[in-house]
Design a protein around this ligand. Structure first.
Ligand code: 0O2
Ligand code: 0O2
Length: 208
């Protein structure tokens, strides 16, 4: 690849545009005083060194990156509760500014590592000076607990170059289990909060 910078420019634009759009959804929820299913949004273009590593690992020729590496552009939506993930997924499915080409549910079926997250691959149009370019973007949707676990596991993978020692691996699997339980507990609390809100609304209605 002779010019990574110009190759990755539309990917950068796609990430920035999607971040603005998704943060816009969060803002609308906040203004409407409804619970926002989006806690925060982050995004990145894959660094060139990681692109080269992954291309080598997955046997992807560099001239096929565009179609075969789906996460050159990556956007992440982090939610408070597991239930928020399906709200976000439903919202994404109603959008007309991109096409969903694939969905991978690693929540129903977690990865062997313990990784949980909901992945969507989008085909997103970017307007460039040479016309419209369709870009693949990987959207990861996960809770704060799933994100905490994945962030730690990711840095350990980096530290051990993908060869995490068995004892650390087991500990990570237990941590993943604990993160799952935390999500479950938080879901129960969410239910409690909702019920409390309903009771308050009903008592206010009775007073009027
Ligand atoms: P806000 O309104 O402060 O949340 P840029 O690098 O400038 O293109 P950005 O968005 O600054 O873009 O960086 P990035 O890395 O894409 O996203 C980081 C955003 O995620 C920042 O928000 C962080 O505050 C937010 N973030 C990261 N971890 C957490 C977390 O644990 N909780 C919460 N609530 N937010 C987190 P912004 O963009 O500064 O906007
Ligand atoms: P980055 O930028 O370092 O995060 P593969 O790479 O073969 O696992 P594939 O087919 O490209 O997978 O797609 P997949 O597995 O749906 O999504 C890949 C991305 O999901 C990874 O990107 C991670 O961001 C995240 N992910 C998947 N499995 C794990 C896991 O076990 N632990 C953590 N922490 N993250 C995971 P990359 O390529 O690792 O890039």
């Amino acid at each position: 690849m002779s010019n990574w910078d110009s190759f990755l420019t539309p990917y950068k634009q796609a990430v920035e545009e999607l971040k603005i759009k998704l943060k816009g959804i969060r803002e609308q929820y906040q203004k409407s005083s409804k619970h926002t299913p989006i806690e925060f949004v982050t995004g990145r273009v894959k660094p060139v060194s990681s692109i080269l590593d992954k291309a080598k690992r997955k046997n992807i020729p560099l001239d096929c990156l565009e179609s075969e590496m789906q996460d050159l552009a990556g956007v992440r939506i982090v939610t408070q509760f597991v239930e928020d993930i399906s709200t976000v997924v439903a919202l994404i499915r109603t959008r007309t500014d991109f096409v969903i080409v694939e969905e991978r549910d690693y929540i129903i079926e977690k990865k062997e590592s313990g990784y949980r997250s909901y992945h969507m691959v989008l085909r997103y149009p970017v307007e460039t000076i040479t016309g419209r370019k369709m870009i693949l973007v990987e959207l990861q949707i996960r809770t704060l607990a799933m994100n905490f676990w994945a962030t730690i596991e990711h840095s350990l993978n980096y530290k051990y170059k993908g060869e995490i020692p068995v004892d650390v691996k087991h500990r990570l699997q237990r941590a993943a289990e604990a993160a799952f339980k935390l999500d479950e507990e938080m879901s129960q609390i969410r239910g409690e909060v909702r019920e409390a809100q309903q009771i308050i609304i009903r008592s206010q209605e009775q007073q009027h």
